[in-house]
Each structure stands twice: as C-alpha cells, then as structure tokens.
Design a protein around this ligand. Structure first.
Ligand code: GH3
Ligand code: MG
Ligand code: MG
Length: 341
C-alpha cells in the first residue's frame, strides 16, 4: 500500500515517513501541495493518481494550504476516491471543520502518536479497499448489464428473422407493418403492400423433394430482396411459401411496378418446375393493395385486400400481378391467421 505524506516541515515529514515505512508501507513524500500533485501524476491521464492509496496532508502549508489541496483532490473525478487524513497542530483544531467540509475523512494531531497513526492509516486503507471492491463489483455489474442488453438486442433481431431465408419473419412483418402504418397515418402518405405466393409449390415439393423446396424458397427470397431498392421497404416471409413486401410512401402505380419487377425477377431465376401450370419454371402470383391510412381504416383491411388481390391473380391463371379494388379497402375484416391462408 502506498501512502503520500504531504508536509512542509521536514521533521514532521521524515517522522511520519519513518513510522509508516517501519510498518511496511511504501511512502511517497511531498513538501508542498504542488509537489503532492506531481506525485499524484495529475498531468498524466493514464497514470493519474500515481498508485497512491492514502494521503496524509498537513493542513497549514505556504502557497496552497492542505485544506485547499484537499478540496482540489476531491473535486477531481479520478482522484476523489483517495482517502485523505489531515495532519493538524493541536492549536489548529478549529481548522478541522473546514478540512472535513473539504472532504478529509479523518485527522491526526502533531506530533503523531505511533499507535494512533497506524490505527487510523489502517482503517482508512481498509475503507478504501472496501470501496474499491464495491466499485469493481459495480463495474462488473454494469458490464454484465451491457452484455445482456447487447445479447437481448441480438435476440430481438433474430426473433424477427426467418431462419430459412434470412428475411423478416411474420413477427418482423407485424412489427414493421404496424409501425409504418402509424407513420403513414401521421404523414397522410400512401402505404402499399404486396402479397406474393409461389405457384404450384406443392407439386414442386412433391417432384423435387422438400430440400429443393427449401432451396427454392431461399432463391425466391433473395430475388425479392435484391429487387426492392428503397431502404424503407421490407421483404418478409409471411408464412409457408407466401411472402409480403411492405412499401411505405409508395402509391398504387409504384407498387404495381415493384410487384411486376418481383414477378419478372422470380421468373428470370429459371428454377425448373416441370409440373407447373404456368410453364417450365417457378413463378409467383402477386396481389397489390395501397391505402392512405386514416383512423377509419384498419391495417388488417390492407392485408386482406392484398391477399384477396393475390387470389384474383391465382384465379386468373397465376404468374401475374393483380391490384385490389378500392371497395375491398373500405371493409375492415378481422385478422386472419397466417396458417389459414
Ligand atoms: P398455388 O399455386 O395455388 O399457390 O398452389 P401451391 O401448390 O403453391 O399451394 P398450396 O398451398 O397447395 O401448397 C403450398 C406448399 O408449400 C405446401 C407446402 O408443403 C409448401 N411449403 C410451405 N412451407 C414450406 C417450406 O418451408 N419448405 C418447403 N419445402 N415447402 C413448404
Ligand atoms: Mg402457392
Ligand atoms: Mg400458399
């Protein structure tokens, strides 16, 4: 343990130093407050504190006195935890009030009594040790909390992603869609939704196997994400072989164009499907709906409208885009679970 003795009197300084060194402490000595600050490495942000565990400070010194020096140390974030014991003459005991107000933790009177000195130094160091341990535990706790928060965020992010395709899952879609609905409600802007379903996917699985079906889903998801350019858009796997694309701030014309691009991109993948009703490759059918959200319209109505347009596209022969009619959007049906689609 390192103790810094600050005293302008050489006799007092060397007596304290001798007593402390005899008790096994490493002693640094300073003959003024300024010299003490040098011992504390105040100019060096890295080694600030100088490894000092305790300061014994004479209260009366020329230039900067011990009480002022004590105040300065206690005002310094990196030094304030070093305990300070004031050394005071018997006739200066009234100074003690000022010393305690400045942040000193204890005092000893001159000339020091060896037993008293060592007892006070020991208890000050014990307290400092306890405080250091508690602070270290608080730091550990803070670090653990930070790590937990980071893990939580990762978990949150992962729980909104589809494990197979890497795009948002239904949960991610729900969160995003609700948020964008509210945003467009405030902005009175259009919100478009594309619902998309792979054509004849059951026969694809039956013909090529489930693993190929999974690969196909991944390829389609990649084609979709690479076709949707705006940062604010979202591609999600809505369920099974059905995907949805949310297009905030996009009007009906723009949404139709996006949907048509998606349709073409999937077709251009040229994923062989010999039992498709639409040709020799994997294709998708798409339904598009657009609304400017109001308090009277429901977000579910937009989903239902896009879904209904999707089934129009299926009925009309698949591998095409259909747009929802305005009337579909004014009705507000209750939500339909993804599994029932
Ligand atoms: P339609 O053109 O009318 O959409 O016909 P479809 O065969 O695509 O539609 P249907 O709903 O009859 O079949 C969907 C198939 O999608 C059935 C199911 O096995 C398959 N499927 C759903 N999720 C997955 C998946 O994660 N992996 C694989 N490989 N297949 C899936
Ligand atoms: Mg299908
Ligand atoms: Mg389906």
């Amino acid at each position: 343990m390192s103790v810094l003795v600050v005293d302008d009197s050489p006799d007092s300084r060397s007596l304290l130093q001798a007593l402390l060194e005899a008790a096994g402490y490493a002693v640094h000595a300073a003959d003024s407050a300024h010299a003490a600050f040098q011992e504390l490495h105040v100019g060096d942000p890295v080694s600030r504190g100088g490894g000092i565990d305790l300061i014994l400070m004479d209260d009366v010194m020329p230039d900067l006195n011990g009480i002022e020096a004590c105040s300065l140390i206690k005002a310094d974030a990196q030094l304030k935890d070093i305990p300070i014991i004031m050394i005071t003459g018997r006739e200066e005991v009234e100074n003690l009030q000022l010393a305690f107000a400045a942040g000193a933790m204890d005092y000893i009177t001159k000339p020091p009594n060896k037993v008293e000195l060592l007892a006070r130094v020991r208890s000050a160091l014990k307290l400092k040790h306890e405080m250091d341990r508690r602070r270290a535990r608080e730091q550990e706790l803070l670090e653990t909390t930070r790590q937990l928060e980071a893990a939580n965020q990762t978990l949150q992010r992962l729980s909104a992603l589809d494990g197979l395709t890497g795009v948002a899952n239904r949960r991610g879609f729900d969160q995003f869609f609700e948020r964008e609905w509210r945003r467009m409600l405030r902005a009175a802007g259009p919100l478009s939704l594309v619902m998309l379903d792979i054509d004849n996917f059951k026969s694809f699985n039956d013909t090529y196997g489930h693993q190929s079906g999974d690969d196909c889903l991944k390829d389609v998801a990649l084609a979709l994400t690479s076709s949707v350019n705006r940062a604010g858009d979202l591609v999600a796997r809505y369920g099974g072989e059905e995907f949805s694309v949310v297009l905030p701030g996009t009007d009906a014309g723009g949404a139709w164009q996006v949907a048509e691009t998606l349709r073409r991109r999937v077709e251009l993948l040229r994923l062989p499907h010999c039992r498709s009703s639409t040709g020799s490759y994997i294709t998708v059918s798409l339904g598009v709906a657009t609304v400017i959200p109001t308090r009277e319209t429901s977000p579910y109505a937009l989903i239902a409208a896009a879904d209904s347009a999707l089934y129009d596209a299926k009925r009309a022969g698949r591998n095409q885009v259909c747009t929802a009619t305005v009337q579909t959007l004014t009705s507000t049906p209750s939500p339909v679970p993804a599994g029932d689609r």
